[in-house]
Design a protein around this ligand. Structure first.
Ligand SMILES: Cc1cc2nc3c(=O)[nH]c(=O)nc-3n(C[C@H](O)[C@H](O)[C@H](O)COP(=O)(O)OP(=O)(O)OC[C@H]3O[C@@H](n4cnc5c(N)ncnc54)[C@H](O)[C@@H]3O)c2cc1C
Length: 198
């Protein structure tokens, strides 16, 4: 092949390689929602979420109305505990990071400002435990009891949590009625075993 043709072929290969690499890199940096459905993140890579965003100053003002505060609390606890009950037993790192972020944002955005500020301090002391469904459920029960204690409400028996928050939600292809979720028994006598402070 003449020398000139060699150079042309080499240039075409170099440009193709450059375009290919640029395409792959730009695809990987897209937000999750716009990625190709076949894209799965590597769970070996560190899942990092901006701590400043998660732990920023609570957004809501003080909630003065005691009735609204109680109704809101009831609904919010129900959502939180049911979420734990439906969290995967064997979550991916991505699932766990999502739940941890959710809990911090739940605290930051909770629409009762004084409750939110107090709950953020509870999270500092008892960081979310998100390794499995059982640890997440036990952790949520524990922090709810911390709030109960502060409000002079009775302590909840966390060994009953698995029965209490069976939301009856159907799994794919499995009828909801009569279905019990498989909870690993919780050992909540060991409350102090929950990680404190980071
Ligand atoms: C994050 C957060 C912070 C809050 N901070 C404040 C605050 O600072 N000041 C304030 O006045 N109110 C606060 N509230 C509201 C408060 O916790 C109660 O929701 C509200 O007082 C109504 O109480 P309740 O007796 O109806 O039961 P709730 O505490 O709302 O509980 C609802 C039901 O959950 C069950 N339960 C109770 N304890 C547990 C547990 N440990 N684990 C699982 N299930 C349980 C019981 O069946 C109970 O009836 C907060 C709520 C939330 C979600």
């Amino acid at each position: 092949m003449p020398r000139r043709q060699h150079i042309t072929v080499l240039m075409i290969l170099a440009v193709s390689a450059f375009l290919g690499i640029t395409f792959v890199l730009s695809f990987r940096s897209q937000p999750e929602g716009t990625r190709h459905p076949d894209y799965t993140p590597s769970y070996h890579q560190q899942v990092s979420v901006d701590e400043g965003l998660l732990k920023g100053v609570a957004t809501a003002p003080k909630l003065e109305n005691a009735t609204l505060k109680a109704e809101l609390g009831n609904a919010a606890w129900k959502l939180l505990h049911t979420m734990m009950a439906k969290f995967p037993d064997k979550p991916t790192e991505d699932d766990s990071a999502a739940l941890k972020s959710y809990i911090h944002l739940f605290a930051r955005l909770y629409p009762c400002g004084d409750c939110a500020r107090h709950f953020q301090k509870v999270l500092d002391k008892y960081p979310p435990q998100v390794a499995t469904r059982s640890t997440a459920a036990a952790w949520a029960c524990h922090v709810h009891n911390v709030v109960n204690k502060r409000l002079k409400k009775p302590e909840f028996d966390c060994s009953k949590i698995g029965d209490f928050y069976d939301c009856g939600c159907a799994e794919d292809g499995v009828p909801a009625k009569g279905k019990k979720e498989g909870f690993t028994p919780l050992t909540l006598d060991d409350k102090e075993g929950l990680t404190r402070g980071g």
